[in-house]
Design a protein around this ligand. Structure first.
Ligand SMILES: [Zn+2]
Length: 234
């Protein structure tokens, strides 16, 4: 690669994650530069030669990146990208995942939704669509549907009520707000996924729960998440 070239990682609708060379895009004179830049939703023309892909055209449609962007928002955008890299396979389409990431980027950068809430929605919906769907219908022991506090057994992905909780270790308490929000994220139609609000304090609590669930279930350490925690103080 030349010094103005770049290997671009693209999350595509048709081919999942794809890596393609873009020549000359680090030069400000390049017509493809803005379409190939970070956090940009673009239309690409890509040529394949053997195992290599080369971007011949890149037309930006919408950019989620702005100069002077809030560092918390930027770090979460990068976390969403890392989640895509980890969960989406190369050359295998995953339209539902792409739609989720695009919407999360949109709501966090353009609608200024509270970052911990968008983080929680993204993490938990990813768990649900990637094969880590917990059973949130009712207490596993007795079938109780709701209570002021119900416990979440994150290891087994199940709910346990207060009366049945005695013989369990390491349970996470869920108040009514958290449980309702988790159920909404897991079960709602995509078009309604982002259309709920909870107090900021509850969103922070929810985000801790969804993060713990996703990292525990997948046993994966996300470097962008470590960075996020190094800059936030809640
Ligand atoms: Zn029970």
């Amino acid at each position: 690669m030349g010094e103005n070239d770049r290997l671009v990682t693209i999350f595509t609708k048709e081919y999942g994650i794809l890596k393609a060379y873009a020549s000359g895009v680090k030069s400000i004179k390049s017509k493809r530069a803005s379409g190939c830049s970070l956090l940009t939703y673009s239309s690409f023309t890509i040529k394949r030669k053997g195992e290599n892909y080369r971007i011949t055209e890149a037309e930006p449609i919408s950019s989620f990146f702005t100069m002077g962007m809030d560092v918390e928002v930027l770090s979460l955008c990068q976390y969403f990208c890392e989640l895509s890299l980890v969960f989406v396979e190369r050359m295998i389409p995953n339209e539902e995942f792409l739609r989720l990431i695009l919407n999360s980027l949109h709501f966090i950068t353009k609608e200024n939704k509270y970052p911990p809430l968008i983080k929680a929605i993204t993490e938990f919906r990813i768990a649900v669509i990637s094969g880590y769907r917990p059973d949130l219908l009712a207490c596993e022991g007795c079938g109780k549907f709701e209570d002021d506090i119900i416990f979440f057994d994150m290891q087994n992905g199940s709910l346990i009520c207060k009366d049945c909780a005695e013989s369990f270790d390491g349970l996470t308490a869920l108040d009514r707000t958290s449980l309702t929000a988790l159920r909404h994220i897991a079960f709602s139609e995509f078009s309604k996924l982002y259309s709920f609000t909870i107090p900021e304090k509850s969103a922070v609590t929810l985000s801790k729960i969804t993060e713990k669930y996703l990292t525990l279930q997948t046993d994966y350490r996300f470097s962008t998440l470590d960075f996020y925690h190094s800059i936030i103080n809640y």
